[in-house]
Design a protein around this ligand. Structure first.
Ligand code: SAH
Length: 317
């Protein structure tokens, strides 16, 4: 909790170095899709290297690599670079020639291409785009899928859940920011940590981030994925996000990464006055809803765009 302004003693970008330029992806559109469908469409190729991924990505598609934190646990101090290399297929790709550095460069190039695509899809907020560029998405996937990490799709993370597609992650955060009157996000709550990717992106644009997950193995996975990144302003919680996080409320932003038929009233009551909540709402047909709290007893509701998320479920498992 803290909100050290220097939230990243080690910036995420210090993990994956370089500047490669290159972004010529095809701009696939952000359409609702399930992980299963994505997998089929993308023709999952387990084991594809990040390098190969980069090649594809820099053309029409892309790909990358993998890894998971728990309740309010301060990240253990470890070198980002070190831990990363160990969890990254990237590092193992080419040992002789230009090992980790060039692989890092490749994954950074692929990520830049992903960000360029997200921008073409309409996300304009430079701070959000920079956050997307800073977080190594491939580290949040299992190695067999890491090569797919930068394609515009949700992908399976186990337990019938998915990592959200890059566009929707960026768009939801952009909406939270742009509706905040230009003020920096202070305290944000995410419901549905999953593998921890969106929480990491959020941590770049908010002073304090809390994220709740109801499936324990995913909560653990997120801890493992996030630990090497040493993000000081992010706290993970295992629990039912439908109950919010009263001990840390109120929040000036709440993001739901799973769709309910309606937004739980408890969450609305954990918003500050002026706070915003963005959530997918619906069953087979879902829309993103933006809810603003305008007084103690009043909220406004605006429908933004169509989306497709896994369901919001009560309780813990
Ligand atoms: N934020 C993730 C997306 C995870 S998918 C990302 O960065 O890609 C949505 C997650 O919401 C799933 O892991 C699911 O288990 C979780 N979820 C669903 N209902 C929940 C609830 N009531 N409380 C907490 N998490 C919930």
């Amino acid at each position: 909790m803290t909100g050290k302004s220097s939230r990243f003693p080690l910036t995420l970008s210090s993990v994956v170095t370089t500047k490669t330029r290159g972004s010529t992806d095809s701009g696939r559109t952000a359409t609702p899709q399930t992980a299963t469908r994505n997998a089929a469409q993308q023709g999952m190729r387990p084991g594809t290297s990040v390098t190969q991924a980069a090649v594809n990505a820099l053309r029409p598609t892309s790909k990358p690599t993998s890894g998971p934190l728990t309740a309010a646990t301060p990240a253990p101090p470890r070198s980002l670079v070190t831990s990363r290399s160990s969890s990254l297929p990237v590092t193992q790709v080419s040992s002789a020639t230009a090992p980790s550095r060039s692989n890092s460069m490749v994954s950074e190039a692929v990520r830049k291409a992903m960000v360029a695509r997200v921008a073409r899809q309409g996300v304009k907020d430079a701070k959000v785009l920079a956050a997307m560029e800073a977080v190594p998405r491939h580290l949040f996937m299992e190695p067999g899928l890491s090569s797919q990490a930068y394609i515009d799709a949700s992908l399976p993370i186990g337990h019938h859940q998915t990592i959200s597609q890059p566009y929707i992650v960026a768009r939801m955060i952009e909406i939270l920011r742009e509706t905040g009157g230009g003020k920096e996000l202070d305290k944000v709550l995410e419901i549905g940590t999953g593998c921890g990717y969106q929480a990491a992106v959020l941590s770049q644009v908010a002073k304090e981030v809390y994220s709740i997950e109801r499936i324990r193995p995913l909560h653990e996975l997120a801890k493992t994925n996030l630990r090497p990144l040493r993000i000081a302003n992010l706290r993970l919680q295992y629990g039912d996000g439908m109950l919010g996080l009263p001990q840390a409320a109120p929040f000036d932003g709440i993001i739901l990464a799973a769709a309910g038929m309606e937004v739980p009233q408890t969450l609305l009551e954990q918003l500050t006055i002026g706070g915003r909540l963005i959530a997918p709402v619906g069953g087979r047909h879902q829309v993103l809803q933006l809810i603003r709290r305008i007084s103690k007893f009043e909220w406004t509701n605006e429908t933004m765009e169509e989306c497709h998320f896994v369901p919001l479920r009560p309780g813990i498992v």
